[in-house]
Design a protein around this ligand. Structure first.
Ligand code: DLZ
Length: 213
């Protein structure tokens, strides 16, 4: 039994088809190269393994990890209002600072998300899941502990209060090497990009949210 033990996320046993899902990624601009690797991993996995349409992945950024819960809550609320109105994009001109330049048409560099496909007025669908992505690295003060606690509690609260799953894509690392390894960016190549797991997790949880009795 232990011979088969594999650390990390075991794939779901059923097909996780994300072709009808809309996913929001909110990421930080602290520790940008590592964050970018994680965002790329989540996005690539959703598209290539779960058939999420690239145009249905919206990416926004915030300054640091502490801001992630607020942004997730705000953008979810806006997307729900705009979806109910049948708006052509889910977050409109909400001016949450620029996303990373990930060379992707789905990245919103102006705060304006791309249009999403959908039915007639009133029949569009808001985001099915959110992935909050950031990297916290411990310094010499207690700051790290306070932010880790606040962010993890905040992200959980947004998910439970909104009824939309919010994935905790925040690395809480003791040093930069740990963070690089968990983004699959370590020099010896033995690390694992956790963004991959967060992408799969978002699809699985979004499908669970949408499950009917
Ligand atoms: C201030 C701060 C520090 C010291 N370290 C990080 C970090 O490692 N990762 C991160 O995402 N953000 C950090 N921040 C910024 C805070 O998250 C937050 O943006 C500020 O305290 C302003 O609310």
């Amino acid at each position: 039994m232990l011979d088969d033990f594999q650390k990390g996320l075991e794939p779901a046993t059923t097909t996780q088809d994300g072709s009808a899902l809309r996913i929001l990624i909110v990421h930080t601009r602290w520790n940008t190269p590592i964050v970018q690797g994680l965002v790329d991993g989540a996005k690539k996995t959703m598209i290539e393994q779960h058939n999420v349409k690239p145009e249905n992945i919206v990416i926004e950024s915030v300054p640091g990890a502490y801001e992630l819960p607020f942004a997730a809550k705000k953008l979810l609320e806006v997307s729900q209002i705009r979806a109910a109105e049948g708006a052509s994009d889910l977050i409109g001109n909400v001016n949450l600072l620029d996303g990373l330049n990930l060379n992707s048409p789905t990245t919103s560099s102006t705060g304006t998300a791309p249009p999403v496909s959908g039915g007639a007025k009133g029949s569009r669908q808001a985001f099915d899941a959110v992935i909050c992505i950031g990297v916290l690295i411990k310094g010499s003060t207690m700051h790290f502990e306070y932010i880790c606690e606040a962010v993890s509690q905040g992200i959980m609260r947004v998910g439970l209060d909104s009824g939309v799953p919010v994935i905790f894509g925040v690395l809480t690392c003791l040093n930069e090497e740990q963070a690089l390894s968990r983004a699959g960016l370590d020099k010896d190549g033995r690390g694992h990009n956790h963004g991959i797991d967060w992408g799969s997790g978002a699809v699985e949880m979004a499908l669970l949210k949408n499950r009917t009795l």
